[in-house]
Design a protein around this ligand. Structure first.
Ligand code: AHR
Length: 520
């Protein structure tokens, strides 16, 4: 039997206050939360590129993932048809390639021309051999076929300014130059017109081939940027901001220094974050989006300071071009072909929903986000030679990309909270919302492990016109996983009736719910 004192202490730790009889009632009943929304209170436009992914020459992401020549599941180009369908179902808007760490020693000229004549190279980032059978044409034809905006990351590690410049020329110059002619000889008459280019990857990390100090990187990237823009003035450039948040790393100083060199030449500053639950502490893990929000706001402040209010017409946005849960398939053993094959569970999917909420809630400064990655390697889609399955994290990402569009709204909320070990006070609910024409979308994560939360959602300036669509992602427990032939975590759809400007809806424990309604 739990003592009155212990019970009160536990209840206080969970953010529940009151007398013992009322606490006993609260134990069995739902927690209460209020949300208020006003469709005029807008944070900013949600850029469709917030729902991007990433395909690196790493493990089985490309070879054995989206590209598998000779497989009965592949088309005549070698693209896996089942994976293409899953990528279409996910509505991927924006795809980054070819790395990642791989890009920092990639010679793009190895990956063009007749496939059988391309050189196999030692791949040092991930300890394998790169066949080069999937290169610029294979990637850009793939994104074109799927209607996805491509994003190419140039080699600013071991590569030269000329390599980066000529890659832009090869992809974007219509005709009349050596690189345009080479592209045409290789079977592509018209340029692809690649708009988004990365100025290297994670140049702040000692693990990076060609890692530099912020000053050396800033100077080097500046010259590459000039040549790339003079080749095609319409390109948008993304500088390598912080990815190294290790102890004793002054990551803010990295961004400040990089911006000092590059601010007149870039449109985006990139940030990367991977999160995990190595301590197996559910509540702490579920609070990690507090840290993500803090990093975004800090970087946005650094950008503002660098621009000094001088240039409102040419802002620099944040490109969160690598994010995900990644902590199991990690470390020195991860070299070779079957690597970074993280198997996701429900708590990971909930954390992804909170990360997406955070991007939407910072939609005025974060204009690009790429879940790393797309297939097999820390990915929402997982294949073997015979088929594929959708990991738990596929489902929240799909609901966001298909529904949370338009303008992000400010969300007012009154909800009980808990104190997490590393990330401070955290409300049990994590919410974002968006208005797209007359359609309102509200994303709600219930972090509580075992309690429902009854939401009283009130619209300040509108009414609900019809039945509200409900999409729920949850599972029997937080460690539930999907696998080949086993779908435990998926999206379940239903509907609920609203009453004028009010909607009451109860969300189950450890769940993500999307509410979608047409407003009157
Ligand atoms: O996505 C896996 C790796 O994580 C990428 O190659 C690198 O950029 C990051 O460290």
């Amino acid at each position: 039997m739990i003592s009155r004192r212990d019970f009160t202490r536990t209840a206080t730790a969970l953010g529940i206050s009151g007398t013992v009889p009322s606490l006993l009632r609260a134990q069995t009943s739902a927690l209460q939360a209020r949300i208020k929304l006003d469709t005029d209170r807008r944070i900013g436009e949600i850029d469709p590129k917030l729902y991007g992914n990433f395909a690196e020459h790493l493990g089985r992401c490309i070879e054995g993932g989206l590209f598998e020549e000779g497989s009965p599941l592949a088309d005549s180009h070698g693209y896996r048809k089942d994976v293409m369908q899953a990528i279409k179902d996910l509505d991927v808007t924006f795809l980054r390639w070819p790395g990642g760490n791989f890009s920092s020693n990639y010679n793009w000229k190895d990956g063009i021309g007749p496939r059988d004549q391309r050189p196999a190279r030692l791949e040092m980032a991930w300890g394998t051999i790169e066949s080069n059978r999937f290169g610029t044409h294979e990637f850009l034809d793939y994104t074109e076929a799927l209607g996805i905006e491509p994003y190419v990351c140039a080699n600013l590690g071991t590569g030269s300014w000329t390599d980066a410049q000529q890659w832009v020329e090869y992809c974007n110059t219509p005709s009349g130059t050596a690189m345009a002619k080479l592209r045409q000889q290789n079977g592509r008459e018209k340029p692809w017109g690649v708009k988004y280019w990365g100025l290297g990857n994670e140049m702040d990390g000692p693990w990076q081939m060609g890692h530099r100090t912020a000053e050396d990187y800033g100077k080097f990237a500046l010259e590459a940027a000039k040549l790339m823009k003079w080749t095609d003035p319409s390109v948008k450039l993304i500088a390598a901001g912080s990815s190294n948040f290790g102890a004793n790393i002054d990551w803010v100083a990295w961004n400040r220094e990089v911006l000092a060199y590059l601010k007149d030449h870039i449109e985006y500053l990139s940030l990367h974050t991977y999160v995990g639950n190595a301590a197996n502490d559910y509540y702490d893990f579920l609070s990690i989006s507090n840290q993500l929000d803090d990093r975004i706001k800090t970087a946005a402040g650094t950008i503002r300071a660098a621009l000094g209010g001088a240039r409102p017409e040419k802002p620099i946005y944040i490109a969160f071009d690598e994010y995900n849960v990644w902590y199991r398939a990690r470390g020195n053993s991860q070299r070779g072909r079957r690597i970074l094959e993280e198997h996701y569970n429900l708590e990971d999917a909930l954390v992804i929903a909170t990360m997406l909420n955070t991007f939407v809630n910072n939609a005025d400064t974060v204009k690009i986000a790429n879940m790393a990655q797309i297939v097999n390697v820390i990915a929402p889609i997982f294949t073997n030679e015979k088929g594929m399955f959708l990991q738990t994290i596929f489902h929240p990402l799909q609901l966001f990309t298909k529904n949370t569009r338009g303008a992000a709204l400010e969300t007012w909320m009154d909800c009980p909270s808990y104190e997490s070990k590393r990330f401070g006070k955290t409300a049990y609910l994590d919410v974002s919302s968006a208005i797209n024409g007359k359609t309102l979308t509200v994303n709600v994560v219930n972090r509580h492990l075992d309690k429902d939360i009854e939401i009283d959602l009130q619209l300040e300036d509108a009414t609900f016109a019809a039945t509200v669509e409900v999409a729920l992602v949850t599972g029997p427990d937080i460690k539930a996983e999907n696998d080949f032939g086993k779908t435990t975590v998926q999206t379940v759809k239903s509907s609920v009736k609203a009453n004028g400007a009010r909607l009451r809806h109860r969300v189950p424990p450890h769940s993500y719910t999307m509410l979608k309604a047409v407003l009157g």
